[in-house]
Ligand binder design. Sequence first.
Ligand code: NCD
Length: 305
Amino acid sequence: MRHLMSPLDFSVEELEKLMETAGDIESNPQKYAHVCDGKKLATLFYEPSTRTRLSHEAAMLNLGGSVLGFSSADSSSAAKGESVADTIRTISCYADICAMRHPKEGAALVASQNATIPVINAGDGGHQHPTQTLADLLTIHSLKGRLGNMTIGLCGDLKFGRTVHSLIHALVRYPHVRFVLISPEELRVPSYIRTDVLDQQNIEYEEVVRLEDALPSLDILYMTRVQKERFFNEEDYVRMKDFYILDSKKMELAPKDMYVLHPLPRVNEIAVEVDNDPRAAYFKQAQYGVYIRMALIMTLLNIEV
Ligand code: NCD
């Protein structure tokens, strides 16, 4: 039985296959409409979510399966003090596969160790968010036709942003990927990622504070929200929250073929006027999230078409 805790749980070849399946799903959705008939997906969300929970559910429904679950810790037995281990043992009796989001780093891993069904990590604290990374990889691949040979700017909350952490882990496996890490000093990429991933693998990167300095050299700009819920005090959050605002004027500094991605939700970091720029790809990215999660659910349930 397989789980998905980190994007590294799949080899580069397996990811390629997953993206191929997602592409086929996009072109021939009917072919996949009943492959999960009779199967159930449980979504166990101890933290707020719109896209991740509903796109997992949409993915399972599109495959002919059904869904059950909870969308906040308050409405589950976690509020009575039940452990993740006990909850997942129970859910294993009700569903064939589950997706879990939890505010604690490592919670999905604990679930996978106690489950008798495949567990998908749908975000564990400030640690990892592998299914968002699958959506990001599919988006980049579809827009640019490649995953290697490019300069990726990651901008915003690189300290607490789990989507950024997972994306870095995934992208360093492709040739000639260069990162520009754009953040205020307080929100730099954690040192364990800088030393254990970037430095150790000799990945080319630079850290800058000004977005304007980075824009002209980028193939992809990955914007992120300042992760309010992970701050220890409100004052620091307020000071950081509007540090970056991408607007049409700044977009003039970017290459014509640079795409803007964002895992969403957006707060203020991308002005709404940018949505009309043909380079804005964040809503397309949300759509790709459904196709890749369909491919993922099939793979974890060992369903071949
Ligand atoms: C992200 C998350 O939950 O980490 N959202 C998402 O799943 N698309 C990003 C965020 O909340 O900022």
